[in-house]
Design a protein around this ligand. Structure first.
Ligand SMILES: NC(=O)c1ccc[n+]([C@@H]2O[C@H](COP(=O)([O-])OP(=O)(O)OC[C@H]3O[C@@H](n4cnc5c(N)ncnc54)[C@H](OP(=O)(O)O)[C@@H]3O)[C@@H](O)[C@H]2O)c1
Length: 278
C-alpha cells in the first residue's frame, strides 16, 4: 500500500509556481473574500495567504461581516471585478445561510474566477473545452498522474456531487477516459457501487464514513473530506481500516488539502497569463 503524499507534491507545485512568478515583471494578485463566522474558513484563507507569500503572489483578504446582505456582498465582488490591481477572486465557501452561494459565485467575472466555479468556466471545463478546473479536482487528477495511477478504462466512483468537488472531479476523471459513477445521498445501496470502484473518490463531509467493507481490494482511494471533531481532523474514510486493503490512499490531513491550495496558486497564474495575452 502506497500513501499518496499530497503535502510533498503540493510543495513541488508551489515551487514551480514560484519559479514562474519570479520571471514576471508585474506580479499577480489573489483576492480572497471571507464572510466572518466560520473558523475553518479562516484557517483555509490563512493557508492561502501563506502560499501566496511563498510563491511571490500578492494577496488581499476582504473580510466581510457575518450579517452582510446579498446585495452588499455582490457589490464587493463587483469592486474586485473592476479593480485593475486584482488578478483573481476566490470566494471562500461556505457562506452564511442568508446568502445565495450560486448567485454570489456567478457575480465573479469569469476572467478572475480563481476556482473555476462560475457557470461560464465550469461549463467550459465540463464540456472538456478548457484545462482550467476547480482547484480540488485539478489537484486530485495531478496527484493520481504523479503516482502513475492508470485512469483510462478504470471504473471511478465519486461519492458526493457538489460542483466544488464531486461533480468537477467526476468530469475530469471522465475526460481522462475513466468510466465514472457519481453517488450521492439518495443513492440506494451505495456499497454496491463503491465496492466495484478501481478509483474511489469520497467527498461527503462525514467523518470515517467509508469503512473497509465499502472498498474493493487493491483500489485507489482519494479522501477529500475534512471533518473537525473535538479539535482533530478526520477524513471521510476510516483510514486505519481501509488503508491495508488499498493499493494507494491519500491521508487526511496531508493528502488532497495542500493540493487544493497549490492548484489555486496555479490557477491565479493561469488567469494572469490570460489577462496579459490581451
Ligand atoms: N481537501 C480539500 O481541499 C477540500 C476541498 C473542498 C471540500 N473539502 C471537504 O470535502 C467534503 C465535501 O465537501 P463539499 O463541499 O463537496 O460538501 P457538500 O457541498 O456538502 O456536498 C456533499 C455531498 O455529499 C453527498 N452526501 C452526503 N451524505 C452522503 C451519504 N451518506 N452518502 C452519499 N453521499 C452523501 C451529498 O449528496 P446530495 O447532493 O444528495 O446532498 C453531496 O453531494 C467536506 O468534508 C469538505 O470539508 C475538502
Amino acid at each position: 500500500m502506497e500513501i499518496l503524499n499530497g503535502k510533498e507534491f503540493a510543495q513541488e507545485m508551489r515551487n514551480n509556481v514560484k519559479t514562474a512568478v519570479g520571471k514576471l515583471k508585474n506580479k499577480p494578485t489573489l483576492a480572497c473574500i471571507i464572510v466572518e463566522g466560520d473558523k475553518a474558513s479562516e484557517i483555509y484563507v490563512a493557508s492561502k495567504q501563506r502560499a501566496c507569500a511563498e510563491c511571490g503572489i500578492n494577496s488581499k483578504v476582504i473580510k466581510l461581516p457575518n450579517d452582510i446582505s446579498q446585495i452588499q456582498l455582490e457589490k464587493e465582488i463587483e469592486k474586485l471585478n473592476k479593480s485593475k490591481e486584482i488578478t483573481a477572486i476566490l470566494l471562500q465557501l461556505p457562506l452564511p445561510k442568508q446568502l445565495n452561494e450560486e448567485r454570489a459565485i456567478n457575480k465573479i467575472s469569469p476572467e478572475k474566477d480563481a476556482d473555476c466555479l462560475t457557470f461560464h468556466n465550469f461549463g467550459k471545463m465540463f464540456a472538456g473545452h478548457s484545462d482550467f478546473a476547480p482547484c480540488t479536482a485539478y489537484g486530485i487528477i495531478k496527484l493520481l498522474e504523479k503516482h502513475n495511477v492508470e485512469i483510462e478504462g478504470k471504473h471511478a466512483v465519486v461519492v458526493g456531487r457538489s460542483n466544488l468537488v464531486g461533480r468537477s472531479v467526476a468530469a475530469l476523471l471522465e475526460h481522462e477516459n475513466a468510466t465514472v459513477t457519481i453517488c450521492h445521498s439518495r443513492t440506494q445501496n451505495l456499497k454496491k457501487f463503491t465496492k466495484d470502484a478501481d478509483i474511489l473518490v469520497v467527498a461527503i463531509g462525514k467523518p470515517k464514513f467509508i469503512t473497509a467493507d465499502y472498498v474493493k481490494k487493491g483500489a485507489v482511494v482519494v479522501d477529500v473530506g475534512i471533518n473537525r471533531v473535538d479539535g482533530k481532523i478526520y477524513g471521510d474514510v476510516d483510514f486505519e481500516n481501509v488503508a491495508p486493503k488499498c493499493s494507494k490512499i491519500t491521508p487526511v490531513p496531508g493528502g488532497v488539502g495542500p493540493l487544493t491550495v497549490a492548484s489555486l496558486m496555479q490557477n491565479t497564474c493561469l488567469l494572469f497569463d490570460e489577462q496579459n495575452k490581451k
